[in-house]
Design a protein around this ligand. Structure first.
Ligand SMILES: Cc1cc2nc3c(=O)[nH]c(=O)nc-3n(C[C@H](O)[C@H](O)[C@H](O)COP(=O)(O)OP(=O)(O)OC[C@H]3O[C@@H](n4cnc5c(N)ncnc54)[C@H](O)[C@@H]3O)c2cc1C
Length: 452
């Protein structure tokens, strides 16, 4: 860090409601840590914003001192876009309030809130919006990049439920976006990521939900192939009240394992679709039960900042038997756990949503299939990364459009994969918005949409 920046940190701290964390501070290492342990970067300064004005102050300081900027919500993005070497981090993790208006069925989530806070606040009124399946993920990061989870079939992508936003643009302006005010910006925020400004608040429409039938069905061995085919048929043929994901892996003996995560929301507690999955051969543990939505959100978790991650995948048109065979072969080929393949169904509400809501084109795909390498030992980085790349390459011939899922992308993805997730026309519309709100691409540590 330059002496000039260092000297100015005290003054910056005094001009904020929040605080400044620098390399000499005791909490610096905790503050720069992100979910993916593969990412280890040392920013010059972390600005812990406590209110909207702090974000504008941070932009101003970065401009004056010519520091590059990263924006941190929940810190989950596998690309590690929330932290950078030698630059300034706009850290929103102290802004986590979620207000619920039960009469209007609207939740207002601050820029650094996580799904833990969001679901707890909305479920207090028996309300939900579709979010992510791991509680510590940031609400804004996930929503701005799309959002696939336990309620996708019922209520669409998370960004389909975004109805309002307050953002701070790199020139310090505070802008509101709703259907009546800056509607084009709202359209862009539904999938366009953190390209246009820092969201200090996002507003979501809510839906009533109390109990669900969910949990995990675990399969092992020869039956896994059949169970995966059944998962495909159930997911693609099921009504909007069943969301479904599957996670394929192997155990220490290289035997395939499969976890299916249904989330069924109709009153029937023993629906036909789930009976079929429960009856499949290869089932070794039946963890399905009727429980609260908060319990459903606790079914999956992943430790923060401990594992190294490299993810790569494709939206696919279908999940034919040949693709299932390919995935099984790829998972065994690696030779040991815990690599896995996540398969998320996009049936139901994403397809029915008004296409004019946002620019995302992949809602028309059948599934999102992601090779996820997860490991601890830095000496085996290369082989894990290569496995994920090779597996994604093997899926390519089933790809829906060649586009990837922005929320799971690493930093090395080419711009064409971001572009293909929207299609040429929508991408150019997003570029026009970028040119309007961030013409010099200050916000480029993201799945970038460059200005014209
Ligand atoms: C364990 C795990 C589980 C996940 N589960 C799901 C899932 O179920 N469904 C799903 O769709 N995705 C899921 N994801 C992916 C997740 O949605 C993305 O990684 C998302 O970017 C995380 O947002 P964040 O705020 O936590 O991350 P961060 O790393 O803090 O932020 C990522 C980027 O998002 C942008 N951003 C974040 N907050 C703001 C803001 N307030 N204003 C402007 N830009 C902002 C910035 O560009 C930032 O660089 C998961 C990721 C992990 C690691």
């Amino acid at each position: 860090m330059s002496a000039r920046v260092e000297k100015s940190l005290g003054e910056l701290g005094r001009s904020l409601s929040g605080s400044v964390v620098g390399p000499a501070d005791a909490d610096y290492d905790a503050a720069r840590r992100c979910f993916n342990a593969l990412v280890d970067r040392r920013p010059a300064v972390i600005v812990r914003c406590a209110e909207t004005d702090d974000v504008a102050t941070a932009f101003d300081f970065a401009r004056t001192h010519e520091l590059e900027i990263a924006v941190r919500g929940g810190g989950h993005n596998p690309a590690g876009h929330c932290v950078l070497d030698d630059g300034l981090v706009i850290d929103l993790s102290a802004m986590r309030t979620v207000d619920v208006d039960p009469d209007a069925r609207i939740a207002r989530a601050d820029g650094g809130s996580t799904w833990l806070e969001f679901d707890a606040a909305t479920q207090a009124f028996g309300l939900v919006t579709p979010g992510g399946i791991v509680g510590s993920t940031g609400v804004c990061g996930l929503a701005l990049g799309g959002g696939i989870g336990h309620l996708t079939a019922q209520h669409g992508l998370t960004c389909d439920n975004l109805v309002g936003a307050e953002i701070v643009t790199p020139n310090g302006a505070v802008i509101r976006a709703t259907q009546d005010e800056n509607a084009e910006l709202l359209w862009g925020l539904r999938g366009g990521g953190g390209n246009f400004g820092v969201a200090t608040r996002l507003e979501f429409q809510l839906h009533t939900l109390d109990r669900v039938v969910g949990g995990v069905l675990a399969y092992r061995g020869r039956g896994v192939r059949e169970a995966l085919r059944l998962f495909r048929d159930v997911a693609s043929g099921s009504p909007r009240d069943l969301s479904c994901q599957a996670s394929l892996s192997v155990d220490e003996s290289l035997v395939p394992t499969l976890g299916i995560l249904p989330c069924f929301t109709a009153p029937d507690t023993d629906p036909e679709a789930l009976r079929a999955l429960r009856a499949a051969s290869g089932l070794v543990a039946d963890g399905l039960r009727a429980h609260s939505f908060l319990d459903q959100q606790r079914v999956e978790d992943s430790p923060y900042g401990e594992n190294r991650h490299y993810w790569k995948g494709h939206f696919v048109r279908d999940l034919p038997d040949e693709l299932i065979d390919e995935l099984l072969a790829r998972i065994v080929a690696f030779g040991r756990p815990p690599v896995h393949v996540l398969i998320e169904s996009l049936h139901g509400a994403p397809k029915d949503a008004d296409q004019a809501l946002g620019g995302i084109a992949y809602r028309q795909a059948a599934f999102n299939v992601s090779a996820m390498a997860v490991w601890r030992d830095p000496s085996v980085d290369e082989e894990h990364i290569q496995w994920a790349r090779d597996t994604a390459a093997a899926l390519e011939r089933w790809s829906f459009s060649g586009g990837g899922y922005a929320n799971y992308m690493q930093a090395d993805e080419p711009m064409e994969r971001v572009r293909a997730a929207f299609g040429d026309h929508a991408f150019e519309r997003l570029q026009a918005l970028k040119t309007q709100y961030d013409p010099t691409n200050v916000l480029r540590r993201n799945q970038n949409i460059p200005p014209f």
